[in-house]
Design a protein around this ligand. Structure first.
Ligand code: NAD
Ligand code: UFG
Length: 343
């Protein structure tokens, strides 16, 4: 069975390509390399000893999509391609709506024309906005607090409208879409060959910690020490990227086995860890000191955010298996072997 992976050269996409190839899927990747390096896919082939078909191009390019759908017998699309930096999305919102929302519309239109209506979409816990209650369950109210989050919510809404359209216009090929809402993906493949390779100064906690560990940045700034949490620092549901990648294989298999309609599913562990708990785990497992100072809260941050992981278990038969020690060890193996990322 052949799967098209948009954004497959990126952090989550490259790890998912490994798990797909290991599960014997044929993989076609479409990526414009706007936030990735082709070397990630060379290494995917090295790790799996299998090849995939890479096409450099943009999801907004109809000609490329038509060519891909004509030349390959694609059955399911995993749609990772998108811009993902919250801060940047506030500065250039139109780029985010153009790339993420318009790009998804073009992709869905071309999929529909080609009769391909099964998809796994990269959504985010950001669609829950300010958590009303924890753990977060998929039926809770949705909202967005920035253009990036709004782009994810808009795409989710488009998918739900496609399901409504199927109920009005009855045809024999309805959409089947799984909206995977990721919590905080971290870590790297255990080979140390692929991992997260952010441009410039990282926005997210784990790549920031590992760049402090490798000596590129002097000190971690911990944003807020006065939250109502275990130690006053922010709590998140960190999930190992390899677990997340395996969740995608399960999602593809569920669609293959005829999971119907539009289904939102959290991919998280169900457990929260604080900033300082993550720092301590990194220090202990890797024998590295992470100098830090506690500074003011970061605008827009919530105190705590973690998933209910029950639906993933019941619908996909998936649960996270790798613990925080694996997350920090694998991150460090990648970072120390590749201090400058893929360059
Ligand atoms: P990433 O930037 O590493 O990967 C995204 C890939 O998509 C990149 O390789 C980029 O070059 C490609 N791309 C972007 N726009 C494109 C376009 N118009 N056409 C073709 N390719 C395009 O990001 P990631 O961390 O791997 O995230 C993958 C997806 O998961 C994104 O949609 C992101 O919003 C979502 N997500 C990520 C996280 C996270 O913490 N990493 C959390 C929640 C959701
Ligand atoms: N943090 C620091 N110092 C840093 C970076 C982060 O203390 O240098 C703290 C944050 O305040 C927060 C925690 O570490 O308490 C995690 O922050 P991240 O930036 O790593 O992750 P967020 O939960 O803030 O955001 C992530 C993704 C967003 C997504 C959101 C919800 O980056 O794209 O999860 O899914 F919208």
């Amino acid at each position: 069975m052949t799967v098209l992976v948009t954004g497959g050269a990126g952090y989550l996409g490259s790890h998912t390509c490994i798990e797909l190839l290991n599960a014997d899927f044929n993989v076609v990747v479409l990526d414009n390399l706007s936030n990735s390096n082709i070397e990630s896919l060379n290494r995917v082939s090295k790790i799996t000893n299998k090849s995939l078909h890479f096409i450099e191009g943009d999801i907004r390019d109809r000609d490329i999509l038509q060519k891909i759908f004509t030349e390959n017998d694609i059955k399911i699309v995993i749609h990772f391609a998108g811009l993902k930096a919250v801060g940047e999305s506030c500065e250039v919102p139109l780029n985010y709506f153009d790339n993420n929302v318009y790009g998804s519309i073009v992709l869905f239109q071309e999929m529909e024309k080609a009769g391909i209506k099964k998809m796994v979409f990269s959504s985010s816990a950001t669609v829950y906005g300010e958590p009303e209650k924890l753990p977060l369950t998929e039926d809770m109210q949705l909202s967005a607090t920035n253009p990036y989050g709004r782009s994810k919510l808009m795409i989710e809404d488009i998918c739900r409208d496609l399901e409504v359209s199927d109920s009005i216009i009855k045809n024999n090929c309805p959409w089947a879409i799984t909206l995977l809402r990721y919590f905080n993906p971290v870590g790297a493949h255990e080979s140390g060959l692929i991992g997260e390779d952010p441009n410039g100064i990282p926005n997210n906690l784990m790549p920031f910690i590992s760049q402090v560990a490798v000596g590129k940045i002097k000190q971690l700034k911990v944003f807020g020490g006065d939250y109502d949490t275990v130690d006053g620092t922010g709590v998140r549901d960190y999930i190992h990227v390899v677990d997340l990648a395996r969740g995608h294989v399960k999602a593809v298999q569920a669609l293959e086995n005829n999971l119907k309609g539009v289904t939102a599913i959290n991919l998280g562990t169900g457990n929260g860890k604080s900033v300082l708990q993550l720092v301590k785990a990194f220090e202990q497992q890797n024998n590295k000191q992470i100098p830090y100072e506690i500074v003011g809260r970061r605008a827009g941050d919530v105190a705590a955010c973690f998933a209910s992981a029950e639906r993933a278990q019941s619908i996909l038969g998936w649960k996270a298996e790798l613990d925080v020690n694996a997350m920090v060890k694998d991150t460090w193996r990648w970072q120390s072997n590749n201090p400058d990322g893929y360059c």
